[in-house]
Write a protein that binds this ligand. Structure first.
Ligand code: ZN
Length: 474
């Protein structure tokens, strides 16, 4: 096992070196590739930012990361807003699960199985190993292949035809990812059998409807043999569901209600959850789920009615407060928003998302100073909250602190994937900030990183336009 493992690492290193000609550094090449992927693709990937969904996936993911020991990569988990049944990992530790898969997963264990498998591809360096040996790849080609797996339609337009290639992992890599993923899930306290049962469901559906191959099976080819191999691995490795394993999360039903509202036709989801709420009108949980479905679909008044009913039925130990507060904010009722969010924050003082919502309510009542404090607190707790960066930027700008204001606006734009905007705002910030001020170096480094990317994107756009013109007028 040890020698196989070192062979694997040697091969990965050789390939990493092989792609260096294409600007992949020898050290941290994969982490760099992942970072570039996120920067360049973020604007084209609609991500779910509902805090219940992101917290849930993050929690399962972190539990798995906890068993990896010393890690090569920092792992990040994202939920893509898409009805497709898909999950995907980008080198360097960026793991994506689609809302279509989340809507379908039966429990925490199945999600853990899928995330563990994706982490297996990352820790096994499969993406780079999959590229033919000795071939010199450049970023554009690698990013094109990654994009094709995550978003086939976009990829077709985003890279030159000669560079596109569909990513499809080999049988050997799929088995290795299964093997690693099963170990992670079992060690983390999840049921390893869940991966096998999830695969069986997929295969059965495939037999019924051979035309509708889920995206997941295109990138991770699934066969009877592979499913059998999962079961063999579990018994050969004596993988058990450890005692004291986490019970099914209480928020799983909420996560699925939101994921379904995103992934499935709205009226179908509403009628299903409404029927369930009407069957037992005194069930707080059913009112809650109905309210969350309406909220996700942007039907604010209906969401408020259902969530208030849930609150009047006891409020599920306070779980209703955060979404209800957000609804009040959206309905421009800041006092009620602050009241509900205040109750939530009394129990969860470190919830950055909730501080952001409180800040919005304070801004609505005209208290810009207190609002800014809340936005900044939100950023301290969760630096990836792009909306908090934006609002800090706007508020500081109004106060005349323009250098810092532009810095935060740039951070928000970069997190949203709007690189052109981010670069221009970092440049504004640089001219306004005093040298040696806290963010000065970071601004300079960000400009250095973004300038070539933005230039390259402009060049690609121009080439595409030129090619397009040639196509029309040969
Ligand atoms: Zn796979």
């Amino acid at each position: 096992m040890k020698s196989r493992r070192s062979r694997v690492i040697a091969l990965a290193l050789a390939l990493t070196l092989a792609v260096r000609g294409g600007a992949l550094g020898a050290n941290g090449g994969e982490a760099e590739l992942g970072r570039r992927f996120m920067l360049e693709v973020r604007s084209q990937l609609p991500l779910i930012d509902d805090p219940a969904v992101t917290e849930y996936v993050e929690r399962v993911g972190r539990r798995l990361v906890g068993v990896l020991g010393s890690q090569q990569f920092e792992y990040h988990f994202y939920v893509v807003q898409s009805p497709e049944l898909n999950a995907f990992a980008v080198p360097g530790g960026y793991v994506f699960v689609f809302s279509g898969l989340l809507a379908r997963a039966g429990n925490d264990d199945e999600l853990a199985g899928v995330l563990g498998h994706e982490m297996g591809h990352v820790s096994g360096h499969h993406f780079l190993r999959q590229q033919s040996e000795g071939q010199v790849w450049n970023y554009a080609a690698l990013l094109g292949i990654l994009l094709s797996a995550v978003h086939p339609v976009l990829a077709a337009g985003a890279v030159a035809a000669a560079q596109t290639a569909q990513l499809k992992y080999s049988r050997e890599f799929e088995q290795e990812a299964d093997y690693l993923g099963l170990r992670y899930t079992s060690q983390a306290g999840y049921d390893p059998h869940a991966l096998g049962s999830f695969f069986k469901t997929l295969l059965a559906e495939q037999r019924v409807n051979p035309a509708g191959v889920p995206a997941y099976m295109l990138t991770h080819p699934l066969t009877e043999e592979r499913v059998a191999h999962v079961e063999t691995t579990i018994s050969a490795e004596h993988l058990r569901t450890p005692k004291g394993r986490p019970a099914a999360s209480p928020d799983m039903a909420e996560v699925q209600a939101v994921a379904r509202a995103v992934a499935e036709p709205g009226e179908v989801v509403v009628s299903r959850y409404r029927r369930e709420a009407e069957e037992r009108p005194d069930d707080a949980e059913r009112q809650f789920l109905l309210g969350r479905v309406y909220q996700t679909l942007g039907q604010l008044e209906a969401a408020r009615t259902a969530l208030e009913r849930c609150r009047d039925l006891g409020g599920l130990g306070g779980r209703v407060d955060r979404p209800l507060g957000a609804i009040y904010n959206a309905l421009m009722q800041p006092d009620r928003a602050r009241e509900a969010l205040g109750r939530h924050l009394a129990r969860h003082p470190d919830d950055g998302w909730a501080h952001l919502e409180v800040g919005k309510a304070l801004a609505e009542t005209g208290d810009q100073h207190a609002a800014l404090t809340e936005f900044q607190r939100a950023l301290t707790l969760d630096p990836d909250l792009d909306e908090a960066h934006r609002l800090v930027g706007v508020t500081l700008g109004r106060k005349g602190e323009e250098g810092e204001g532009f810095y935060h606006l740039a951070m928000a734009a970069r997190l949203r994937g709007d690189l052109e905007q981010a670069l221009s705002q970092f440049e504004h910030s640089e001219t306004l900030l005093a040298e040696g001020s806290p963010h000065y170096t970071e601004v300079e480094q960000s400009i250095d990183e973004l300038r070539p990317l933005v230039r390259e994107r402009a060049r690609e756009r121009m080439e595409r336009r030129r090619a397009g013109r040639r196509g029309v007028f040969p």
